[in-house]
Design a protein around this ligand. Sequence first.
Ligand code: GUN
Ligand code: FE
Length: 545
Amino acid sequence: MSPAPSLARRVFHGTLIHSRSLTEIEYITDALLGVNEAGVIAFLDKDVREGEVVARLEAKGWSGVQLVRLKRGEFLIPGLIDTHTHAPQYVNLAYGQQFELLEWLNKVTFPAEAKFADALYARRTYEGVVQRLINSGTTTVCYYGSLHLTTKVLAAICHRKGQRAFVGKCNMDRLSAPNYQEESASKSLENTEEFVSFVRGKCVSPTVVAASDGTLGANPTLAPASRDSFNTSLVQPIITPRFAIACSDELLTGLGEMLKKDPSLPCQTHLAENPTEIEFTKSLFPFASTYTHVYDHFGLLQQNTVLAHCVHLDHDEMDLIKSRESGISHCPNSNFNLRSGTSKVANMLDRGIKVSLGTDVAGGTSLGILSAIRTASFASKTIVFTQRDSTAPSASAPTPPTDAVPIVSADGKTTYPPGYFSSRHLSIETLFYLATKGGAQVTCLEDRVGDFAVGKEFDALLVQTGQRGSETQKEEVGGEEQYELALEEGLEDRFPADEFGSSLFVEPEDSLEKVFEKFLFSGDDRNLGSVFVRGRVIGGARPLA
Ligand code: GUN
Ligand code: FE
């Protein structure tokens, strides 16, 4: 086998924005950031003036490398991390919105996922899913596949395109649909073992499908020559029990044993999403005091477990999740759309639980984490009042943090009654953290991605807002007497169509903080010029060569 072609070194000069903590964003102007042949950040110098760049690079022995000079209105941010989405549900995006969870699964979702028995159909669909996600700025994803082994196709596509991904073949051996449920716990476990070794074996053998009966076979066209150039560890298998209702005791026991045998295997599942789901779950597992305790009983709450939703957790459940160091994927779009409820994110964060964002397509109706950021903000604004947790004994009530929004009574008294959850709306700093560093924590990738620390891998987005320099503004805004002139002169020359099409309506005098906020809350794919994973450009609206 020929050695993998190495990546060219690349240097960026300009503005970087990344999260430092739940309460702090760092804005670095005049940054000089170098990415080495392995896609790792080799240096990050601050306050390097334009005129000093060349000398600085020479001194480092980095002359002759590609230098990307970011213009005004352009900046780099870390790649966005989506810790919960369902690849086979993209065909239902924005469809079937009248139902709550269990009815939605039966009427809308299981029939759609059943079609993924056909591997060619899976391939056609997953190609589009992965590229759209990449172009929406998602550099790391936790994917649910369908229950089929055709989920191998999804892993192979992520692998080939260079997206960082955790891919799970769904486990579900009961209470689903007649044509969409695994035949037995043992078959489910056997297929899971096969799936795990396929992904860990670099998605090479067999390289997926062709047969119309959906069986897997060799198909060399899915394996382009460049495939070896991607380090395969970008794609990892993840154990994926759909949710407790759809899994027999035998299946959950088997999956727990797999995790115990190999603690490096991550796990993802749904938890406490909807009140009817919770009641049903408790009736199926009467030995467990709560829904969360069901998963704990089977050994599924590990520090590399991702728990989607967690809308209706009580204090005991939050304590349990914290003690197991499992992470939460907050999926606000889905929680609104399926009328599941509003997650108490601030309270989870105050307890030190790891929280991140998920799109949960197609429970969620929007693609990409920028949308999740916005909806997480709106969701948090709907629960700025302290909410009562009726299940908690007053003795276990947490002390409200000082910045929690208190209850103010008619006589002006501020109180936090015992047994209440604190809550507050999430700041921009917190939202950006959830979308980047929070995602890295929940996926246990915080040593590799999430910010621009030296030594981390360069997963990043080159954001282009269309902001112009103030000198240009002076030239262009001429008052009323220049109106005629403006009409005559041909605006096209000054404002290329593309710039109009992707404008964020930022003003030349807008501060960087203001431009960033406008981007977070109104930017989209058109503002993501290039998308990088481990230093490589894998997508974007105007990808760098
Ligand atoms: N619970 C079990 N399956 C699903 C699913 O596909 N989507 C959501 N949102 N919740 C689930
Ligand atoms: Fe989900």
